[in-house]
Design a protein around this ligand. Sequence first.
Ligand SMILES: Cc1cc2nc3c(=O)[nH]c(=O)nc-3n(C[C@H](O)[C@H](O)[C@H](O)COP(=O)(O)O)c2cc1C
Length: 343
Amino acid sequence: MNNIKIGNVTLEQSAALAPMAGVADKSYRLMCREYGAAYTVSEMVSAKGICYSDKKTAELCTITEGERPMGIQLFGSEPDFMAEAVKIVLEYNPDIIDINMGCPVPKVVNTGAGSALMRNPVLAAEITEAAVKAAGNVPVTVKIRSGWSADTLNAMEMAKAVEYAGAAAVAVHGRTRDQFYSGTADYSVIKAVKDAVKIPVIGNGDVTDGKSCLRMYRETGCDLVMVGRGSYGNPFIFEEIRAALEGRAYTPPTVEEKMQIMLRHIRLMLENSKKTEEYAIHEARKHAAWYMNGYYGSAKFRGRCYTLASYEEAEKLADEFAELQRNILHKNQLKNSLNMTNG
Ligand SMILES: Cc1cc2nc3c(=O)[nH]c(=O)nc-3n(C[C@H](O)[C@H](O)[C@H](O)COP(=O)(O)O)c2cc1C
């Protein structure tokens, strides 16, 4: 496996876990690192929130060794607040500081942060410059989209602006702000960014398995791939990607193994939760449902995941699910053997 360098940080050139607020929390990042994610990023943290010493915001910044190399992602629209926030989060010793210039949600965009900055490359550069100055030796990266809308695809201009301001790498999600998460990611824009700048380019959008990761590398020439939703209930995607990059065969986990991994993920969520067990289980519901995706009868089980109220219930559901899948497999094997003897 090759390595790449972002500033003074060496990363394996496989695939990184994308920042995902409300999804990629500490437990999620630990799971993904365990299965080979090259790098993880915190959920987005408000620069202003951290400056006003918001306790909840600070909790998002804590880093354990198992999550490293890890970046802390900040969003904000004012250079001064960004610089102040960078100084504060340096206390958490991040490997990288990332600035969010891609978030499409109105709550963020209406403050002039996230993808609103795609419409203001000068301010984007000023924010980056302020962060770079405050960060000292810690590299600052910027995550952008392809543009605000289909008729304003300016990722190349944005990438050049933040490179000039001192960014050590740029991550490009190949969708416009207008697209939110619909449609498909445009890899030609990521390639155009790669051709436009000298700093490493991280390609992001629609990578869901080893094959699509190879496609992202091939079509964009990017230096690193970043995976978001493809890791839902699927932290093993990073193992699959490493196998694909090394030309090795990959055997996915069996349904029994998957259920054990799901339970481990839930246990981690319980251990890491700063809130009640009830709250942690509530948070774990969507993850449990994702682990059951794509199997026969999974719709019914996924519905049941959304009523989970305790770890014991999760264990019971995992057993039932694995047994159903075993029975289906057995039935299919019987059918096949009968077909063979009849044929
Ligand atoms: C639930 C969710 C939360 C997200 N939160 C963030 C965030 O906090 N910061 C950020 O830069 N991008 C965020 N994103 C965008 C992802 O990092 C990524 O750019 C996007 O999902 C496209 O990649 P994918 O097709 O691999 O999912 C989020 C995406 C989702 C689905």
